[in-house]
Design a protein around this ligand. Structure first.
Ligand code: BDR
Ligand code: CA
Length: 306
């Protein structure tokens, strides 16, 4: 299995992504680090603990940054509810492990063999960036970085920027420029993972335990997006996990990716799909998703959990 450090900000779709990762033997999850994002750290941390607790997991959960490297923290309660899980109440999880996320990430990388660790980022990039910026040589230990972030087209936080990229563009820049390959699940991809009432019904009917029931509950509570004619809502973060489990569900291409840090476009990812600029192709853009198989994978895997 691949060694995974997972960073998140749960968050409805983060919760489902965590269960997908925990249910999958291809991934050896070493720790879950948490940032403020969808809601404040005072909610994302207990949410992460509760998500792992429901799955009966003993993977350590650590608190990380409660704000971006630069600028103010802003949350996204309109999508995730004030509690961050769309009103789905989970029993309290085990306590957080002591220490700070970025310190723990660095310690893990220091102890790892070159090119052996996958960084999986589902929120603002702050925690991973703090770890790599303080000891840049640790990037050599990273096999690859997989992120749900950015947009080729329109953003969802501003016209230009997707939420995770908008929250901490400087941190995202650290990851994009660290010299390790970055795979991007952008909004254009996750828009293909549309949660429709039919898909929720199929998931509800699938065999599974309390984690699958909670997944169905969270999905049913996602507000349908105006952008998709109210047909459903995009399921972002689990797409990045699915890439590590079933790459054949995706069509992808190498690109040069940058993030705008100034002006009204702050947080916009500049993705050169056609090799027009001379920048190195530092990223793999996930372009197309087989959504039916993605939702089937989700149900089958999360159905394995308690
Ligand atoms: C991203 O922002 C959050 O709302 C989601 O959890 C996802 O990581 C989508 O823009
Ligand atoms: Ca997230």
């Amino acid at each position: 299995p691949r060694t995974i450090l997972l960073d998140c900000d749960p968050g409805t779709d983060d919760a489902i992504a965590l269960w997908l990762a925990l249910a999958s033997p291809e991934l050896a999850l070493r720790m879950v680090t948490v940032a403020g994002g969808n809601v404040g750290l005072e909610r994302t941390l207990p949410n992460a603990r509760a998500v792992l607790g429901l799955a009966g997991s003993a993977v350590p959960v650590l608190a990380g940054a409660d704000r971006p490297l630069i600028g103010r923290f802003r949350s996204e309660t309109a999508v995730h509810g004030v509690d961050g899980l769309g009103g789905v109440v989970l029993p309290e999880g085990p306590p957080a492990a002591p220490g700070l996320a970025s310190d723990a990430i660095r310690a893990e990388l220091r102890a790892a063999a070159p090119g052996s660790v996958t960084l999986l980022g589902l929120g603002p990039a702050t925690n991973f960036a703090l770890a790599l910026a303080t000891e840049p040589f640790l990037a050599d230990r990273v096999a690859e970085i997989v992120l749900m972030t950015g947009a080729v087209g329109e953003g969802n936080w501003t016209e230009a920027a997707e939420f995770n990229a908008a929250m901490d563009p400087e941190a995202l820049m650290v990851l994009l420029r660290c010299g390790r390959p970055v795979t991007l699940a952008t909004l254009d991809l996750t828009a293909q993972a549309l949660v429709t009432p039919e898909r929720v019904a199929t998931l509800r009917a699938a065999p599974g335990g309390r984690c699958l029931a909670a997944t169905a509950g969270i999905l049913a509570a996602l507000p349908p997006s105006r952008r998709f004619g109210h047909r459903g809502a995009p399921l972002h973060d689990p797409c990045a996990v699915a890439w590590l489990l079933a790459p054949d569900l995706f069509i992808h291409r190498p690109v040069a990716a940058e993030v705008v840090r100034d002006g009204a476009d702050r947080g916009r990812t500049r993705i050169d799909r056609w090799g027009r600029n001379p920048l190195p192709r530092n990223a793999c853009l996930l372009e197309r998703l087989d959504a039916d198989r993605f939702f089937a994978l989700l149900a089958e895997r999360i159905g394995r959990l308690p």
